[in-house]
Design a protein around this ligand. Sequence first.
Ligand code: SF4
Ligand code: SF4
Length: 317
Amino acid sequence: MNDFERQIVRIKSDGLYSVKIETLQVNLGLLCNQQCTHCHLEASPQRTEMMQWPTMQLVLEASKKAGCQLADLTGGAPELHPHFRRFVAALRQEGLSVQVRTNLTVLLEPGMEEMPEFFRAHRVRLVASMPCYLEENVRAQRGVGTYEKSVAAIKILNALGYGSDPELPLNLVYNPGGPFLPPPQSALEEDYRRELGRRFNITFTRLLTITNMPLGRFRAELIRKKGKEDYMQLLRESFNPHTVKGLMCCHQLSVGWDGTLYDCDFNLALGLPVNHGTPDHIRFFRPKELRTRRVVTGEHCFACTAGAGSSCGGALV
Ligand code: SF4
Ligand code: SF4
């Protein structure tokens, strides 16, 4: 039993179990037009791992079997996948809501000119990285030019109704620029709204704050700066029992680009598939067992329960 499980059993004596599969999060591959310092998946323009179409078909069948409501597409930059549009159209045809985690800058890449209109036409919900409203902080995490490109992409999306039409949500994602916890989500959302509105006249639906996971490039950076132990200590000491009920592993399942099943995207980054006897590949998808599976945890899980909690949908309490 790891330290995280020891904390959990103090609240739930039988440990951490999922209760439903409302959302299927699908990682289409690790190819990305960016190479951010905080990327827990170490995605980059050099990565070639990519989901094959037959696996996408299995995902479609699994989402039907499990009665999922939302397909949450992630990467890398999911828009760069050659079957991206075909896959989104097929998911929508099955009646699923589709959410895409976009890094925004990809929308300005050659060949992406029609993507915003494609999103609108298919009522795709968007979650977009925007780690700060200040240019220097965005540049430090995501590289030179990313701030201007992100703003330009939001303007294109705003012009189509994203961020104002309730059917076209555009949620922005903040993550800290270093080894500290996010500030309170609602206060920061007000700051974003005021600053982005004042500077660029752009709008968005909600701000989601996400705690940096001590994985991938962020972990390497912590080790390089000899800050890993302090950060882990901060996460452990900030454990908040009220976040446990909302942990995303309890209501979603993550599918890796090769079809392997994970409790979440972070376990995917660590190569920790679902376990405790449940099927761990989309080929063997059995919703009944997977719906109530025991979650595979580790020390990194403290990032989800620290302070106000953290998930792909932002703070938990
Ligand atoms: S954090 Fe997102 S945008 Fe940045 S490299 Fe990773 S996948 Fe790409
Ligand atoms: S890292 Fe994954 S498995 Fe661990 S608590 Fe967070 S969502 Fe659950």
